[in-house]
Ligand binder design. Sequence first.
Ligand code: NOJ
Length: 553
Amino acid sequence: MTLGTTVETSPETSTDWWRSAVVYQLYIRSFADGNGDGVGDIAGIRAHLTHLRDLGVDAVWINPWYPSPMADAGYDVSDYRAIEPVFGTAEEASAMIAEAHALGLRVLLDIVPNHSSDEHAWFRAALGGDTAARERYIFRAGRGDGSQPPNDWQSVFGGGAWTRVVDGAWYLHLFDAGQPDLNWENPEVVAEFEDVLRFWFDRGVDGFRIDVAHGLVKEAGLPDVGDEPEELLDGGHRPGHPFWDRDGVHEIYRGWRAVADSYPEPKVFVAEAWVAGAERLVRYLRPDELHTAFNFPYLNTAWDATSLRTVIDESLETYATVDAPATWVLSNHDVVRHVSRMGRPHGDGGRHTLNTLPPVETLDRGLGTIRARAAAMLMFALPGSAYVYQGDELGLWEVEDLPGEVRQDPTWFRTNQEEIGRDGCRVPIPWSGTEAPFGFSPGGASAAPWLPQPADFAGVTVAAEESDPGSMLALYRAALRLRRELPGLGAGTLTWRDAPDGVLAFDREPGFTCVLNLSGAPVALPEGTRVLLASGPLAGGELPGDTAVWLER
Ligand code: NOJ
């Protein structure tokens, strides 16, 4: 089968699978290297698809795999309908999609509509002076004598958001200079992306994660942002901001939903939208818009019972107003891995960049791992859909001591190396063996992994954890197996139980109870229950601190 054919294969389950799906985020550069060049690729994915099946996830979301000069690890796309040669070929992509479907796994891709690469044919034509091509991007004259940028907008990655080209005009890039923003007022841009969606849907892809879904529409006239702290990757963008969460984005997604709904199989979307609160977020999830969105407030919540209960309640109540499922996520390729966040002193959760977290000297990785085990069990017990970032299932931590010379995140370069950036959560996965590349690359590889793996990855390889019933991998597999078996888990509702301060306890019907103890002192288990799974040892029938348990009533 080639990319030119329509793929009919699709797993046979309910059309509402996405309402309760556990989705595995596969960061392709770092998942598995099939050809030995030190970079993950489609051959590596195909060789390890059974890991996902054995883990028990329902779907896989693959970070951008399109041709790209890699100014931002593939989030700078130069051709939306092809495969980056470093990652493989169109034929391999088709084969991978079919193989995933045969294993019962849905496949979601990542679409990057806010910006293209500066090497995209459209942008090259724009630089060549083609007026129609310039209209597809956001070019403006500079201020004053033209030598000043058109407004005060700053790049998310640091520095100004405008770059001047040889004829004196400036173009907007909310991210790296290699990521020019597209002009969504231009009908050609709208039509192009709807066609790109169809291109991949026709090839069997089940849905898309939408990059920077809240950024596509800019305020007419491009007014200054003015004086306000820009916590660009930290959410909380205010309504009325000139480029985040503008109302105009919703019309775009109504068009995308119509494309998705034109297929007999459900084709679904998950939005990456950093907006000011759940009320703004669910506007993306109205019935004629997107299906789901990442719940970043949950990822950003401190490891504390009151905060967790508040974010869970707010999420469930607000998503219900549009009949959308809640989603839950602990980590992704943009944030410090949650083992390393939760291993910081209690109360310092809720921050997700290395620059904003307390110093590494305060990290207790053992404690972070204990908490991460409990956090996974809480997440999988909540109503809705959940995300697992590759390596979460192994308990990987943030690699905080990468030397400057191996760092690749544009944030690091655009801030004069002040912002450490996101490389530490992107270190290649350890599969087996006792030394680097830990099975990430095949024997005799021509290059080392694109980021160095620490020696202590030896203890957290897939192979090591598979043979250890106490491992994070064993816990994830057991939890996901139960999640499939128990009718009370997945989509639905929860009912809180009375519980001591610092303890979260809730029932799901039929017959399921989850208790998470964050009180610091052991608590008794509810009477009349039987333990199904615990994130750590129970002491004499009591639930210790930082431990979660699933119970059958
Ligand atoms: C969000 C992606 O997750 C991140 O990795 C990327 O750098 C930006 N969007 C820009 O595309």
